[in-house]
Design a protein around this ligand. Structure first.
Ligand code: PLP
Length: 492
């Protein structure tokens, strides 16, 4: 039986269902499994097995209070024909790397991998825990989470969903995807601020006990669809396990061989899932953490100092324009020997001093992590070169990862086969991608999509078609201090 405790040391253990409902712990920490389960199967026995079977086994081994049948129902509901690739997560070779394509779900970004199953995990948890309040999902988004959460929760009975995105901080296509969202229980606001402002604002609402009490009287309870919710993180472990097994099946490696994994990183959820896969027993040697110009994680990995007193850049990989990577807290917790007091001190220091420095124990635990940075020019050049040489189209986030991987390979001579987490369809960032492969200027994001399609013939994801003419349903723009009021009002 695996239980979930807070990274900040409170002794209030939860089972998985309770942790999924709760979202964030009472002491502001994040829920973590008290131990990471070992792989529930022999890798060699899983070669050739479908995604759903592997996902069910992996998720089930973390969420031990859910029955096998419950997990199977969640997996079946999530990974169906909503995904435009039958395999769910194809692995494609591009140049000297292997791309784990995580973006074939409804919103064309990897967030669908977790957010198409989270509503099932949550509604199952509500039944198991006899939770009678309506669950209101609050979500801050740097662009992709918001839409994936809206799609996942739209018209799910017993839930409401409220999304905050940074005004002018997301791409035109991302914004249009959110503001045209249908569903009677969906609410979307732009806020005057960046992603960190949105995330901090949402965390503040979660930590407001008075507000929670007022909502409880109205039969409402807040939860989170951000990767601070453990119900988002665990489903992501499954695709790294699948990716490894797939490389075995394709004859790239044999069982037991090591691979490296490179992840374009923002909130540190995706790469943390790869770390969990490694703890489960997948032979991952290096975890390469790729950042854009917002290189706080690269610096942290290299120096042990996490320092957010720096300029914040808006880049063409907006889902990584983040300075406070929430899920790093979970890694710190595991690496310092599940010591909640130490993590609490670090996070308090981040709050008050805007920085912290970790000790030797955490630093030595991080030796398998490699940090690297690619700026906008390097990112665009990587997209152009990859397309020209190999005919493989990368989005801007995936290209950041590829460039960092290529630098690492060149600098170290390490030729370990590498899985790159491919996190979005190129069409979501069509303007940058089109220009990177030599196309000219177009009038807007939608024209870039058409131009890119004409040139490459790569299929446009169904969810991005017809966006241009779809009715805009959400028009609210708020200042950060007004977020709580907006939540209270839209839940009436
Ligand atoms: C969210 C996102 C990321 C960052 O993932 P994290 O789990 O937050 O580190 C990278 N690329 C894309 C396209 C994303 O949507």
């Amino acid at each position: 039986m695996i239980s979930y405790k807070s990274t900040r040391g409170s002794k209030n253990f939860k089972n998985a269902a309770q942790a999924v409902i709760q979202g964030i712990a009472e002491d502001k920490g994040l829920y973590v499994p008290d131990s990471v389960p070992k792989l529930p199967f022999e890798i060699k026995d899983m070669v050739g097995k479908p995604y759903k079977e592997i996902a069910q086994a992996v998720i089930g081994s973390f969420f031990t209070d859910y029955s096998q049948e419950e997990i199977r129902a969640c997996v079946d509901g999530a990974y169906d024909s909503k995904f435009e690739e039958k395999e769910i997560v194809p692995v494609k070779k591009g140049g000297d790397a292997y791309f784990l394509e995580l973006y074939h779900g409804k919103t064309a970004a990897f967030k669908d991998m977790a957010l198409s199953i989270l509503p099932y995990l949550l509604t199952t948890a509500m039944k198991k825990e006899k939770e009678e309040k309506k669950i209101c999902i609050l979500t801050a988004t740097s662009g992709d989470t918001g839409k994936a959460a809206l799609e996942g929760f739209a018209d799910v009975p017993g839930t409401e969903i409220v999304v905050f995105y940074p005004n002018k901080g997301v791409s035109q296509v991302q914004e249009r995807q959110m503001v045209t969202q249908e569903g009677a229980n969906t609410h979307v606001f732009a806020i005057n601020g960046n992603f960190d402002d949105a995330q901090t604002g949402v965390k503040k609402i979660f930590n407001d006990n008075e507000f929670a009490a007022e909502l409880a009287k109205r039969g409402l309870k807040l939860s989170s669809a951000n990767s601070i919710n453990i119900g988002r993180l665990v489903p992501q472990v499954a695709y790294y396990v699948y990716g490894y097994i797939k490389l075995v099946g394709d004859g790239v490696i044999t069982v037991g061989d090591s691979i490296n994994v490179t992840v374009p990183t923002g909130n540190f959820g995706n790469i943390l899932a790869a770390y969990y896969a490694k703890q489960m027993g997948i032979p991952i040697a290096k975890l390469i953490c790729a950042s854009n110009e917002n290189r706080v994680l690269t610096d942290f990995i290299n120096t042990g100092v996490y320092d957010i007193r720096r300029e914040f850049y808006l880049t063409n990989s907006p889902s990584m324009d983040i300075l406070i990577s929430s899920n790093l807290e979970r890694l710190l917790y595991h690496l310092c020997g599940n010591d909640g007091d130490e993590v609490r001190k670090l996070m308090e220091s981040l709050d008050s001093e805007k920085k912290y420095e970790v000790g030797e124990k955490i630093r030595s635990g991080m030796k398998d992590f490699v940090g690297g940075t690619a700026n906008v020019e390097e990112t665009n050049a990587a997209i152009g070169e990859m397309y020209e040489k190999n005919g493989y189209l990368m989005d801007t986030h995936t290209a950041v990862a590829y460039k960092v991987y290529a630098d690492y390979r060149k600098n170290t001579g390490d030729k370990t086969p590498t899985l790159i987490a491919s996190t979005a369809s190129a069409y979501k960032f069509a303007d940058s991608v089109a220009k990177s492969i030599g196309l000219g200027d177009e009038a807007d994001g939608f024209a870039y999509i058409r131009a890119l399609n004409e040139k490459t013939g790569v299929r446009i994801p169904a969810g991005l078609k017809g966006l241009e003419t779809k009715e805009i349903r959400h028009k609210g723009v708020l200042d950060v201090p007004d977020m709580k009021k907006a939540v209270s009002e839209c839940l009436k």
